[in-house]
Design a protein around this ligand. Structure first.
Ligand code: BTN
Length: 247
């Protein structure tokens, strides 16, 4: 991981650069980093604010030899890597909000966007985008997200060395990825659940068809959210909308 690094001072999105690199035979582990993104993207076509030199805006090209159905495991793996690094440097224990938001004191510090190119049950490549808010002050965030977003600096009152953090993330990612390829998903699942936001608690589930309360019991092999209904039935959720805060 990180043997080949593409660095841009400014780019619309490191995801776009990573896709281009991957389509031009970039090696497994190629890293794309930018100081600034002018149209950073988040999940569900949302925007991702990527202010110059205030955070880590990084996309990783992977060529895993796994089934495309298992690709969500890579997102969960990445979330545990970011949580581990944040915990080891700040000593504040973050939480992972399913599927892949990293929270500190219930506010979002980092997000992950995984995009995959697959053909006939074979992964061509995966691009994992990571956005980590590092040195923003509160007013560096747009008004509308100020109550929901945070940064390492806001949480620790300390300015962080972005290059060192990137190194830490890549080293930790490599170790975790190697273990995953050798031993599979169980250790990632355990780690993810140890950081899991609201695990064991009641959540409000709202799907297209219905709304109900349930206990969030963990995650499945394929990254689905496991819940136990009040009737004691276990269910897996993929696209259900979850209202994390009790009504
Ligand atoms: C989310 O929480 O919605 C995911 C955010 C992912 C942001 C990162 S920043 C680096 C990479 N380039 C992008 O345009 N997005 C991802």
């Amino acid at each position: 991981i990180g043997k080949s690094i593409i660095h841009k001072t400014s780019t619309p999105s490191t995801q776009i650069i990573a896709h281009q690199a991957a389509q031009n035979d970039a090696l497994h582990g190629t890293v794309v980093i930018a100081d600034e993104q002018t149209s950073g993207r988040g999940r569900m076509s949302r925007q991702w604010h990527s202010t110059k030199q205030k955070g880590i805006w990084l996309s990783l090209v992977l060529r895993p030899n796994i089934s495309p159905y298992l690709a969500p495991q890579l997102t969960l793996l990445t979330a545990t890597v970011l949580a581990d690094v944040i915990y080891s440097v700040t000593k504040i224990r973050p939480q992972i909000k399913w599927p892949n938001d990293i929270l500190m004191h219930s506010k979002k510090t980092a997000g992950i966007l995984t995009e995959m190119q697959a053909e006939q049950d074979q992964i061509q490549y995966v691009v994992i985008g990571m956005g980590i808010n590092v040195n923003q002050a509160k007013n560096d965030f747009p008004d509308i997200i100020q109550t929901k977003a945070t940064s390492l600096k806001i949480e620790t009152n300390q300015t962080w060395d972005i290059v060192k953090l990137i190194q830490e993330i890549l080293v930790t990612f490599e170790q975790s990825y190697d273990t995953y390829i050798k031993n599979g998903f169980p250790h990632i699942k355990n780690k993810w659940e140890s950081y899991g936001f609201k695990i064991g608690k009641t959540i409000w589930v709202k799907t297209l068809q219905e709304e109900f309360k349930a206990i969030f019991s963990g995650i499945a092999e394929d990254g689905a959210l496991l819940i136990k209904t009040m009737q004691g039935e276990t269910k897996q959720l993929y696209s259900g909308e979850i209202n994390w805060f009790q009504k």
